[in-house]
Write a new protein. Sequence first.
Length: 243
Amino acid sequence: MAAATYETLEERTLVLEGAEVRFVVKRSPRRRSIGLRVDQDGLVVLVPQRCGHARIDAAVHDQRRWVLEKLATWTARRVPPPLWRDGEALPYRGRHAVLCIVGATSKRQLELDLDQAPRIEVASAGAEIEACVIAWYRARALGHLAARVGHFSGCLGVDAPRTLLSNARTRWGSCSADGVIRLSWRLIKASDEEIDYVVAHEVAHLRHMNHGRMFWNTVAEIYPAWRQASRALDKNDLRYRTF
């Protein structure tokens, strides 16, 4: 289903039970009510285009206990970002890849190389390392994810749709009304079982553009182990979203 388009973003701050809480306000002409969302990036308030600040603040204040509890939960679950050091282990297809900065050596790198982990070789240093690592992931993500889309489309008896990579942090995948599937490149960090769950989920939308009973029956038809994989993805998702 089509997601709302948010035309403006604002940052606001409120004091809730003595704690200063910063949040983002997203306005959309398609919304008719106020919605609150808390994830690894903090609190987001989704509002109609002409919603006033007083009404927004009141909505957040009314839900202050829920907001503070959710923020505390996400803070406890947060995974530290990479240090971008030579020999560092980074998640890749449920296991790890080794960051190898050309010209550097480390004991940790040699230890990890013993298990023949994939190597992410980067010649750059400093701020460019992250961009090079992301390019490495994206190069491997498209081929693997497109192949899995082809597999599950075949299970469903339909032609493989166009598959594109997205940079989304909050959604692993989407399927548009015209049958284009978009998958976050970060999904390549997940295990093959978790990847297959997301891909099967989006492929099932080729038949049902909703999350009704028939949709979930279709997911189970092409990927019977979806429940276990979904639970694993929920448990590990913050690790896969750290960069």
